[in-house]
Design a protein around this ligand. Structure first.
Ligand SMILES: [Zn+2]
Length: 99
């Protein structure tokens, strides 16, 4: 039998927390990998996953796992999902050495 943990006590802070997360996401978008125009440069594709999963969730600081991996021209889009809260985060990567 599963018993759901009550979340109601967290609701009061939800709006403030949402604002905080939003500003963190704006900052993260300015960092390398945060936006398609500012991809993170890596030497080989083999390090993408390591680099991606070394990031933390912007909402809860939880660990991230690779949810989806897309290649668009010379850009890789790595969609990450938080292991704890499930929030998505996208990392844009460019591989500088062709494989
Ligand atoms: Zn999280």
């Amino acid at each position: 039998m599963f018993k759901k943990r009550p979340r109601t006590e967290r609701r009061a802070n939800d709006r403030e927390v949402a604002k905080l997360i939003e500003s963190r996401e704006k900052l993260a978008a300015l960092e390398p990998g945060g936006h398609p125009s500012r991809p993170l440069e890596v030497p080989t594709a083999s390090v993408i996953e390591v680099r991606a999963t070394s990031l933390r969730c912007l909402a809860c600081d939880g660990e991230l796992r690779v949810h989806e991996h897309r290649a668009k021209h010379d850009l890789r889009e790595v969609e990450l999902a938080c292991k704890t809260c499930g929030r998505k985060r996208t990392l844009y990567v460019r591989v500088s050495l062709p494989s």
